[in-house]
Design a protein around this ligand. Structure first.
Ligand SMILES: *[C@@H]1O[C@H](CO)[C@@H](O)[C@H](O)[C@H]1NC(C)=O
Ligand SMILES: *[C@@H]1O[C@H](CO)[C@@H](O)[C@H](O)[C@H]1NC(C)=O
Length: 324
């Protein structure tokens, strides 16, 4: 009897100390120093729960911004203080420009836990999807620019937050359903076929930071299918240059004369003429986008019409450092 009781206690202790599990994850910086895990508000809860795992022993900041700037952004700053107690402060960006973010009048971020070890600070907190505070950001299914920052200095209070030493921005979809699982289910279904649209190799110019590149692709003559999901494939190592993609259908236009002649979609002197004919959206992707999965009772027809044989793939490459 005594043995059974002690076993039960052990089990209880383990489960109460269990970490929260998260369905979503993003690395916000290229050096993997700022990692974010979260659970979106789901049925029965208005709350988003976030966990920041950051390579600092000072403060960390996360913000929601319309354009990646601090101005008017919703921000939260958190740290583990000198006594080992986690602290959190709901703040907002200045009305214009970058600068010190004042504390919100209404504090809407709730600390769940916080700890640090020799290298990292881990803070877990939650907030409502819509806090009804004009100094906060209402989280939507749109792409959100998450701004992040940290500094190794430990604040003595919420009024003593030194300027960040590291900062950045990352586009993330915070609300979208678990498309990774949706895609896995679709790919495991024997009725699913995949079709890859590939752009011919492109050399980025070294005199333009941004390039819109267009190529006409001929579809195979298959029976009618429905697009039920799409996934962006970016060649490894090129992630930082690929900014967006659009796949347009060209209706019943015969585009065969444009095959094998990819070109800039537009530049100072000309426009890639098929752009005017190919205007039906089949798929879009942009930085931060994940797999796209249609609801289970929906799809977009493709193939099956021998006259609609061409698509235009429009790529946007961004090369701000003019890397050859
Ligand atoms: C500190 O925490 C981070 C993040 O959880 C972890 O990756 C790292 O291994 C930890 N370091 C030690 C020494 O436990
Ligand atoms: C395009 O680039 C890939 C990857 O570098 C390479 O394997 C392939 O041979 C190239 N194709 C052409 C036609 O240059």
């Amino acid at each position: 009897m005594l043995t059974v009781t002690s076993v039960l206690f052990v089990l209880f202790a383990v489960s109460s100390a269990q970490q929260l599990t998260f369905t979503h994850h993003a690395v916000l910086d290229p050096n993997e120093k700022f990692q974010l895990n979260w659970n979106p508000a789901t049925d029965g809860s208005d709350y988003f729960t976030f966990e920041c795992v950051v390579a600092t022993r000072g403060w960390l900041g996360l913000g929601f911004s319309s354009n990646g700037a601090m101005a008017a952004a919703d921000m939260v700053i958190a740290w583990v203080d000198a006594s080992g107690n986690p602290q959190i402060s709901d703040r907002h960006g200045p009305a214009q420009g970058n600068g010190y973010p004042p504390a919100d009048i209404k504090q809407d971020y709730e600390l769940i836990s916080g700890r640090k070890n020799d290298t990292h600070t881990i803070i877990t907190f939650r907030r409502k999807q819509d806090t009804c505070d004009p100094q906060d950001w209402k989280i939507t299914s749109d792409t959100t620019r998450l701004i992040w920052a940290y500094n190794d200095q430990v604040p003595t209070s919420a009024d003593d937050i030194s300027k960040h030493t590291e900062r950045g921005v990352k586009s993330v979809q915070l609300v979208n359903p678990q498309t990774k699982d949706g895609m896995a289910t679709i790919l495991a279904d024997p009725r699913t076929v995949t079709y890859d649209l590939r752009i011919t190799n492109v050399t980025l110019p070294t005199d333009k930071r941004t390039l819109y590149w267009c190529e006409i692709i001929e579809l195979p003559t298959w029976n009618k299918h429905h697009i039920i999901a799409n996934r962006m494939m970016v060649q490894k190592g090129n992630e930082r240059y690929v900014h967006h993609l659009v796949v347009y259908g060209c209706g019943e236009e015969d585009m065969s004369e444009h095959l094998g002649k990819p070109a800039a979609c537009f530049d100072d002197t000309q426009v890639f003429s098929p752009m005017q004919m190919c205007t039906d959206y089949h798929a879009v992707w942009a930085v931060g986008g994940e797999d796209f999965v249609y609801p289970s009772n929906m799809g977009a027809p493709i193939f099956g019409n021998s006259k609609q044989r061409f698509v235009l793939l429009e790529m946007h490459y961004d090369n701000p450092d003019l890397t050859p």
